[in-house]
Design a protein around this ligand. Structure first.
Ligand SMILES: Cc1ncc(COP(=O)(O)O)c(C=O)c1O
Length: 387
């Protein structure tokens, strides 16, 4: 086995979840998904597709009508995004992996803003690239970027800047001005930006979407955006996402390249799943604001409850669906998360799962259909706090 693979760390979230496996009394808030089932119209569209017999391969890049639907959806949010820049993928995480396969190889340097969902930093390592971590800094529970530090780390030797905003786990969200600065800097250094914007609609800043690099970048900028149906359409189990690639030129056909990578990875997303995606887009105008509005109510309920507990540091995140918090005197997040499961029936993700920078913190996914579940979890946490 390759050494890079042998030394990959297993997921610490799974480590905690496995400890609670089969226990019906555990309240699970460890994974990044809602407990609400996908809306019926979306499920129906997939079921209809299967019943029609759509059980065959599709084009590598996805059904033309889904690609057109995604281009229209992205254009409504960010100004014109041409369909020739869209590739459908089997999940957001696959979109990210394909972006890395496209851009980073052995020995290349990837700069990543952390703490972050560990899949993002594992992917370049799998490909043999080197990851330089630039940490956000917590101030009163709110994680912030030191722009000078990040700019100093991205040099002409940096192949890719990997940035996830709104961020999992911290909720940190880039401002438009920060994106402008990063884009200008990366144009100077010749660095690609891989922007994980899967939480762009899970944003509480008063606009339909968080600031996106697509709002600023020219079609030929070195930018790849990874997107997903998982979070904003309640479709985690469907495994459907997309990439926005740069416009192709006679020298570089990014879409063709993505098509080849898709062929050699999954070949295509299942057609009935893509039909579900099309139905989801048709509902987007009502469904997405409803989901975000509910998540905001969840966030406010949970954060207020956490703030009322002794020794807890937490701030309402501007985006994402996680409260990232710490408890005074608790520095070993994995041990704490395991204790919370074993002794209190509360399933949270340890901050260490997102890198050393997250050690001492806990992540609570507040995407809960029933807000009372959050209250119940808070009660359990109150019982666990030893101050
Ligand atoms: C930051 C981030 N990016 C990407 C994804 C991928 O989502 P999916 O693979 O379900 O589309 C997730 C899922 O948790 C995430 O948190």
């Amino acid at each position: 086995m390759r050494a890079a693979i042998q030394s990959l760390q297993g997921s610490k979230i799974r480590e905690v979840a496995n400890a609670g496996l089969g226990r019906a009394d555990v309240l699970p808030f460890w994974f990044g998904e809602s407990d609400e089932v996908t809306p019926e119209a979306i499920r129906q569209a997939a079921a209809d597709s299967l019943l029609r017999g759509e059980t065959f391969y599709s084009h590598n890049l996805g059904l033309p009508e889904l690609r057109a639907g995604i281009a229209q959806y992205a254009s409504a949010l960010h100004g014109n995004v041409d369909v020739d820049r869209i590739a459908v993928t089997s999940s957001g995480v696959t979109a990210l992996m394909l972006a890395m396969q496209l851009l980073a190889g052995p020995g290349d340097e990837v700069v990543a803003v952390v703490p972050v969902w560990p899949n993002l930093t594992a992917q370049p390592v799998i490909l043999g690239a080197h990851v330089t971590r630039v940490s956000l800094h917590p101030r009163q529970g709110l994680w912030q970027l030191d722009m000078d530090e990040l700019l100093a780390s991205v040099t002409k030797h940096t192949r890719v800047l990997l940035v996830n905003a709104p961020n999992n786990p911290t909720g940190w969200t880039l401002t438009r001005a920060e994106q402008q600065t990063l884009l200008a800097h990366c144009r100077r250094t010749g660095t690609w930006i891989v922007a994980d914007e899967v939480y762009e609609r899970v944003y509480y800043g008063g606009s339909p979407a968080a600031p996106s690099f697509l709002d600023l970048a020219a079609p030929d900028d070195r930018l790849v955006v990874a997107q997903s149906f998982s979070k904003s359409f309640l479709m985690t189990g469907w495994r459907l996402g997309w990439m926005v690639l740069p416009a192709s030129s006679p020298q570089q056909n990014h879409l063709d390249a993505a098509g080849k990578l898709l062929e050699f990875n999954s070949s295509c997303a299942p057609v009935f799943v893509q039909r579900g995606g099309l139905a989801a887009l048709a509902l987007a105008d009502t469904l997405v604001p409803r989901i975000t509005g509910h998540l905001q109510a969840c966030r406010d309920r949970l954060v207020a409850g956490l703030q009322a507990l002794p020794g807890v540091t937490v701030t309402a995140p501007p985006g994402g669906m996680y409260a990232f918090f710490r408890i005074e005197g608790e520095d070993d997040s994995l041990a704490l998360a395991k204790r919370l499961v074993a002794e209190h029936g509360l399933g949270l993700a340890p901050g260490a799962a997102f890198g050393d920078e997250g050690e001492g913190w806990l992540r609570w996914c507040f995407a809960s259909k029933d807000l009372n579940r959050l209250d119940l979890g808070l009660q359990r946490l109150r019982g666990a706090i030893r101050l």
